[in-house]
Design a protein around this ligand. Structure first.
Ligand SMILES: Cc1cc2nc3c(=O)[nH]c(=O)nc-3n(C[C@H](O)[C@H](O)[C@H](O)COP(=O)(O)OP(=O)(O)OC[C@H]3O[C@@H](n4cnc5c(N)ncnc54)[C@H](O)[C@@H]3O)c2cc1C
Length: 373
């Protein structure tokens, strides 16, 4: 049986792990911190009206959101993990009218967007009483994913299938064409590697002589534990600008996230982020409710996103070594695109299928062999 290693147990790595065929492969997952970006994420799955103009990205994000239906069925994800909560988008009325037209156009190819409705200020507040009265656009097909719960579920499933999970930081080496993984006290040979280490891809590929176009970006969000138990039924709110409001069950409400390019790898919560996110969200919250929300116990979630120079993600076999598949650069939409990428990577190994041109540029745009003088 061929041996395959997945390095990186975030949303791509753990999804790929669970879709790989255990009758064909002896599978090991290596991870040193269970999905650092995935578990810090806000959880919004609603890509259809993004301002991004990259067509390949849109195709991937749209198909990624559609893929959730299959994901839920294949792994029996309950509503504590993924819920089709609906999305409310807050903008000035003129922009909402334009977005409404765009939504009607895109709905033709993306029926999973659900019902599209312009809401009056009072209707918006009825949907989520924490908000001020503001006009909005509602998409009933939007959803929210609890990244940490997803990873926990997928780790348990993998273990129950006999897949080995090794909690360690590893490096890789290639000697005479053979791929090796190095842990603290062991070197092990594998036939195939799946590298899903987020922004760490650059370091891990350096050992094999590759240069990778990836940089880290710090993201912080606030998690409030409120008494607002009806939060489970509220939609996700995409605010106009920097941050969003994401209600989860049992009164848990997230506000975020920041996009800090100069924050790099730092995972320390900052007062600046707290002040920015609370002040920013006050602009959208009903004054009589904002105190209750913002004075409840809160905690930070901090993660590092991975970005490429053109902000597009990639996932593909390396051009000069098809035994290694690398995926990274998911940026701020990786919960939306990641599971589908994981599925397509597993399909490549299980069945040899690979046809992803509509989703991405060639991987040689992002990963190149280093020139040795
Ligand atoms: C604050 C924040 C909010 C976000 N909100 C959203 C959102 O609302 N919607 C959305 O779609 N996306 C969102 N994202 C983006 C999304 O979370 C990421 O794009 C996605 O989770 C990336 O998944 P990944 O599997 O590539 O990497 P990760 O989840 O980072 O997983 C990579 C794993 O590899 C491990 N690793 C790295 N190097 C090694 C090594 N050498 N050996 C072993 N293990 C290693 C890491 O420890 C980690 O566990 C958000 C991100 C952040 C930070």
């Amino acid at each position: 049986m061929k041996k395959i290693a997945i390095i990186g147990g975030g949303i791509i790595g753990l999804t790929a792990t669970n879709y790989l065929d255990t009758d064909k492969f002896d599978i090991t997952l290596f991870d040193d911190g269970l999905g650092q970006a995935t578990k810090a994420s806000a959880g919004i799955i609603s890509p259809w009206l993004s301002k991004r103009r990259n067509k390949k990205w849109y195709q991937l994000a749209k198909d990624g959101a559609k893929f959730y239906q299959k994901l839920i069925e294949d792994f029996q994800l309950d509503e504590t993990i993924y819920k089709k909560s609906g999305t409310i988008i807050i903008r000035p009325q003129k922009n909402l009218d334009d977005l409404f037209e765009l939504a009607k156009e895109r709905l033709i190819d993306a029926p999973e967007m659900g019902q599209v409705e312009l809401l009056s200020p009072s209707q918006t507040k009825e949907q989520l009483p924490l908000l001020k009265e503001m006009p909005s656009l509602k998409l009933s097909g939007g959803g929210r994913l609890d990244g940490l719960k997803y990873l926990e579920k997928m780790s348990q499933l993998a273990s129950s299938k006999g897949i080995q999970i090794v909690n360690e930081k590893v490096s890789i080496e290639e000697i005479d064409g053979k791929l090796h993984i190095l842990t603290k006290d062991k070197r092990e040979e594998f036939d195939y590697l799946i590298l899903t280490v987020g922004p760490h891809l650059k370091d891990i590929l350096l050992n094999l002589g590759y240069e990778t176009d990836i940089r880290p970006q710090k993201g912080q969000l606030l998690s409030f534990e409120t008494n607002l138990k009806e939060s489970n039924d509220w939609p996700v709110v995409v605010l106009d600008g920097e941050a969003d409001l994401i209600p989860f069950s049992e009164g848990n409400i997230l506000i975020g996230a920041t996009h800090e390019n100069d924050g790099g790898w730092d995972l320390t919560p900052t007062e600046d982020a707290y002040n920015f996110l609370t002040e920013y969200s006050k602009g959208f919250l009903d004054e009589s409710k904002s105190d209750e929300l913002l004075s409840s116990p809160s905690d930070f979630r901090v993660g590092t996103r991975a970005y490429t120079s053109d902000f597009a993600p990639f996932f593909a076999p390396l051009e000069d070594n098809e035994k290694i598949v690398a995926a990274s650069g998911l940026g701020s939409s990786g919960l939306t695109t990641g599971p589908y990428m994981g599925y397509l990577i597993a399909d490549y190994f299980n069945n040899g299928n690979w046809d992803t041109e509509e989703y991405q540029k060639s991987i040689s745009n992002y990963i190149k062999k280093k020139n040795v003088d």
